[in-house]
Design a protein around this ligand. Structure first.
Ligand SMILES: [Zn+2]
Length: 315
């Protein structure tokens, strides 16, 4: 049995206590005048944080764990893992850690990994217009530009796999349309109410996630009492797991939307150009229900013709 990666449970969800320790270590290491790695290790050990094996941290183990791509929900190639739950670190934090601590003289034959791309509108915020499956972030080859693509069809997934758009074109077009939408009369006034609605949805989704244990227990109980045959039990269990995973991903986005503070923003375009990707994503999630991505037609393309945004602010 392989060792579990600290920060995540064996089923891939976030391990809140371990994640907290790793996040503290990461913040210390990314500070203005960071303490030494051994100081960081001493600090988190003293606070009682342990590895997934229950051991005290050692410097090499901590750095190997923090520099593992899955800390930011990425695969070995730096692409986001489809449907990954909440991550221990953001892509931005992971990139900063890799830049500062990734390449050491003793492993210089190993190339420094290229910074991972932090996608604006994955995790259900953009959907393929053809098949309505969520677009995923991927590079076609190692040195290709980051792009959005409809996932190829697979067992249990009837996606078309035919729509693709580079991240730069898609995100620039989304940014321009979001800025234009905010300039429409009356839209800014709606944002506070929208945020209020989203806070309600966050509470509802949190309750739904918390009820998952009970739903699993009820299924087990029905199976135990012979009310479900094994195949039906397994299918229902799988559906409940999938639902939980999707709810967690949605919840993470909406939590960021609920926390977004636009109070001081006067020039939306300037704000967009300088805001961190997390804040931009939250703004898109606030004004837009979803971004549909259309297949490319023929001839020269205007990226605006490739996207169709369903606004929350439509009325
Ligand atoms: Zn599709």
């Amino acid at each position: 049995m392989g060792a579990r990666l600290t920060g995540y449970t064996s089923t891939g969800g976030l391990h809140p206590e371990e994640a907290k320790g790793l996040r503290i270590a990461s913040s210390l290491l990314l500070g203005e005048e960071p303490p030494t790695k051994s100081d960081v290790v001493r600090t988190i050990n003293a606070k009682g944080y342990r590895t997934s094996r229950g051991s005290e941290w050692r410097t090499s183990v901590l750095m190997r764990t923090l520099l593992h791509p899955r800390m930011a929900g990425l695969d070995e190639d730096g692409n986001p893992i489809e449907g990954h739950d909440e991550s221990v670190l953001t892509v931005d934090e992971y990139n900063q850690l890799t830049e500062r601590y990734g390449a050491t003289p003793e492993d210089e034959e190993q190339a420094t990994p290229r910074p991972a791309y932090d996608y604006l509108a994955t995790n259900g915020l953009s959907l393929c217009d053809q098949c309505r499956y969520a677009m995923v972030g991927a590079r076609v080859t190692g040195d290709a530009d980051p792009s959005y693509r409809c996932p190829p069809p697979a067992e249990g997934r009837a996606s078309c796999g035919r729509v693709r758009m580079t991240a730069d074109r898609l995100e620039t077009a989304v940014g321009e349309q979001v800025a234009a939408e905010l300039l429409r009369p009356g839209v800014r006034e709606q944002l506070a109410q929208l945020q209020e609605d989203i806070r309600d949805e966050v509470s509802r989704l949190r309750a739904h996630v918390q009820g998952a244990d009970q739903r699993f227990a009820e299924l087990g109980d029905m199976y135990g009492r012979g009310l479900l045959v094994k195949a039906a039990f397994l299918a229902a269990q799988q559906a409940t797991k999938q639902d939980l995973k999707e709810t967690r991903v949605r919840l993470r986005l909406l939590e960021q939307v609920a926390e977004l503070d636009l109070g001081q923003v006067t020039d939306v375009v300037a704000w967009w150009n300088s805001a961190p990707q997390t804040s931009r994503r939250a703004l898109v999630g606030l004004v837009a229900e979803v971004v549909y991505v259309l297949p490319s037609g023929h001839g020269p393309h205007d990226p605006h013709e490739r996207i169709n945004i369903l606004w929350r602010t439509a009325s």
